[in-house]
Every structure is written in structure tokens, then in C-alpha cells.
Write a protein that binds this ligand. Structure first.
Ligand code: G3H
Ligand code: 13P
Ligand code: ZN
Length: 328
């Protein structure tokens, strides 16, 4: 049993009308919470590591944690992916260091520079049996040091996708259709109020997605910035001493709809952070005498597991799909 690439996962997900969850990992409790949920629900999974995660936890620790998860969950296909690689050197480091998939995110560069850097990464990655995700269009929000202000994001231009994929040879493509990173995806001014008085964000640009699909039939599409920022967790944070006013995410039904189309990978990080933080805050308020980290990390890990299980069943639709994959 070893780590797998995303090739077979995406092929099955595309044809089956579901998506694979790509969850960011930063420590042991997150790796355990995610993979325990996947193990119980027979769900394939992508564990992804950002540049910031490597700086926080160290490449080797993260790879070893993921390898431990592979060993503990022998029936679940697990891919180890670099999230938002911003240079050839970083991608090469991860390819050489055991990752099975890398993202080269040159989306802030010009079309030609994006193609040149992506192609360079693809050539090295494919020589080493590793697959590559690239990005066209920019999302608002914060990714590592890169902060794209709301209003400076740009939707993917469907007329560019064919040429981009053909010239780079990338294996999947992240597109911008209105999702964004972090827990504050929309300002209240961008939203409308529904009959229950809840803020409803502007819908995702399914027209852009459909145009991309038409031009790239059969090709796996990726959605970043796909946390839904469940309001019960925002309220929990706020009621136990936190301050997250106006945190708003992407409605789950829209992500489910995207997963039924060509979206094969859906990236979720903020919702895991939110679930952990809400439960740790609650624990501290309810048990002010506790000081053993295991006492509050245990419910935090359980919260990760519950959140991931919810995503698998309600957003991704990938429960029961691990055993359909031969590559495990
Ligand atoms: O897209 C970014 C991910 O949420 C990772 O965040 O760079 O703070 O680890 P990070
Ligand atoms: P969220 O901030 O919406 O969880 O997005 C995570 C992401 O896209 C990681 O690459
Ligand atoms: Zn992202």
C-alpha cells in the first residue's frame, strides 16, 4: 500500500458525477480526523500541503504523518498533493520528497509566463510519475503570502483553457468561477437577504464552468476556495469568545452541483480550521481547569472528522467510491 496519484480518482469522479475532497493538513490531529472519516465512509481523498504548512510543520513530519495514515487506512486511496506551489524549485522539492501530485500556481503571471512555468513543472513531474494541477484565472483571498483583494480577482476566460492545457500538458485545471479563499468570501454588501434574514452570496458562475467543460471534454476541473463556512460554527466561535463577524462561504448545494459536472477536486481548508477552533474555544470555556493538550485536541480531532464526513456525503458525493478504485 502506497500513496497514489489522482489520475484514476479523477477519471472515476468525472464519469461518476462526484468529486474528491482535497483537505489541507498541518498537524497529526487534522491528518487523523480526515482519514478516519474517509476510512469509515470508504472515500478516496487528497491530503494537501501548502507552502505555509511546510514552513509550520516541516516537510518530513507531514510526509511521515501522511504515510502513517496510508498504513492505518489500507483500503483508502490517498494522494499527497502540494497546494499552491509558487515556483519550480518548490514543486521539485515536493516531487523529489514523496508527493504524488503538485499544483503549480502561476495564475498571477501573464498567460505566456503561466504556460512556461507550468510546462517546466509538468515535464519534471511526469518524468517522475507525478501529476500536475495548474490554474487559470485568479481567486480573491489569501494564499500563503499572496493576497488578492476582492475586486482584483478575475474569472477564468474559457477561450484560453484549451490552448493552456494543450501547451502545458497539465493533468487538471483550477478555474475561477466565484469561489475564494478564507472565511470571508463575500462582504454583506455583495449578498442578498433571504426570507429568514440570512445573507445569501452571489451564485457561482456556472456559465463559465460550462464553457470550460465544452472546450475541455473529459478533463478534470478543480475548485479552490470551496469552504461553506457553516453558520453554526461561526456562531459557536462567536459565542465562546471569538470574533468572526460576517464570515460567509459558498453554499453547499452549489458545490454539489459543480461536483456532478466536471469538477473532480474540491479544496476545503477553512471549514476544518473553523470546526477545530469552535470546539477548542468551547472546550476552554467549559473546562477552564484543563491544560493537557490532549483534552482539547481530542474534541478538535473529532470535529475535523465530523466536518469531513459531512462534506463527503453532502458536498462531494464520494462515499463508497474508494473500493471502486483499483489503484490503491
Ligand atoms: O489556499 C490556501 C490554503 O487554505 C492553505 O492556507 O497557506 O495558510 O496554509 P495556508
Ligand atoms: P477555503 O479557504 O475555502 O477552505 O479554500 C481552501 C483552498 O482552496 C486550499 O487551496
Ligand atoms: Zn487554494
Amino acid at each position: 500500500m502506497s500513496l497514489v496519484t489522482t489520475t484514476e480518482m479523477f477519471q472515476k469522479a468525472y464519469n461518476g458525477g462526484y468529486a474528491i475532497g482535497a483537505f489541507n493538513v498541518n498537524n497529526m490531529e487534522i491528518v487523523q480526523g480526515i482519514t478516519e472519516a474517509c476510512g469509515e465512509l470508504d472515500a478516496p481523498v487528497i491530503l494537501q500541503v501548502s507552502k505555509g504548512a511546510r514552513a509550520y510543520a516541516n516537510h518530513t513530519y507531514l510526509v511521515k504523518l501522511v504515510e502513517a495514515a496510508v498504513q492505518e487506512n489500507p483500503n483508502i486511496p490517498i494522494a499527497l498533493h502540494l497546494d499552491h506551489g509558487d515556483s519550480f524549485e518548490l514543486c521539485k522539492d515536493c516531487i523529489d520528497g514523496g508527493f504524488t501530485s503538485v499544483m503549480i500556481d502561476a495564475s498571477s503571471k501573464s498567460f505566456e509566463d503561466n504556460i512556461a512555468l507550468t510546462k517546466q513543472v509538468v515535464e519534471y513531474a511526469h518524468d517522475h510519475g507525478v501529476v500536475v494541477e495548474a490554474e487559470l484565472g485568479t481567486l480573491a483571498g489569501i494564499e500563503d503570502e499572496v493576497c488578492v483583494e476582492a475586486g482584483h480577482e478575475s474569472y477564468t476566460r474559457p477561450e484560453e483553457v484549451e490552448e493552456f492545457v494543450e501547451r502545458t500538458g497539465c493533468d487538471s485545471l483550477a478555474i475561477a468561477i466565484g469561489t475564494s479563499h478564507g472565511a470571508y468570501k463575500f462582504t454583506p454588501e455583495q449578498c442578498t437577504l433571504n426570507e429568514e434574514g440570512l445573507l445569501v452570496p452571489p451564485p457561482l458562475r456556472f456559465d463559465v464552468l460550462e464553457e470550460c467543460i465544452k472546450r475541455l471534454p473529459g478533463f478534470p476541473i478543480v475548485l479552490h476556495g470551496s469552504s461553506s463556512v457553516p453558520q453554526e460554527f461561526v456562531s459557536m466561535v462567536n459565542s465562546y469568545g471569538g470574533q468572526m463577524p460576517n464570515a460567509i462561504g459558498i453554499p453547499e448545494d452549489q458545490l454539489r452541483q459543480a461536483a456532478k459536472l466536471a469538477v473532480c477536486k474540491i479544496n476545503i481548508d477553512s471549514d476544518i480550521r473553523l470546526a477545530m477552533t469552535a470546539n477548542i474555544r468551547k472546550h476552554f470555556v467549559e473546562h477552564p481547569d484543563h491544560f493537557d493538550p490532549r483534552q482539547y485536541l481530542k474534541p478538535a480531532r473529532q470535529a475535523v472528522k465530523d466536518m469531513v464526513a459531512h462534506k463527503i456525503v453532502n458536498v462531494l458525493g464520494c462515499d463508497g467510491k474508494a473500493s471502486e478504485l483499483t489503484n490503491r
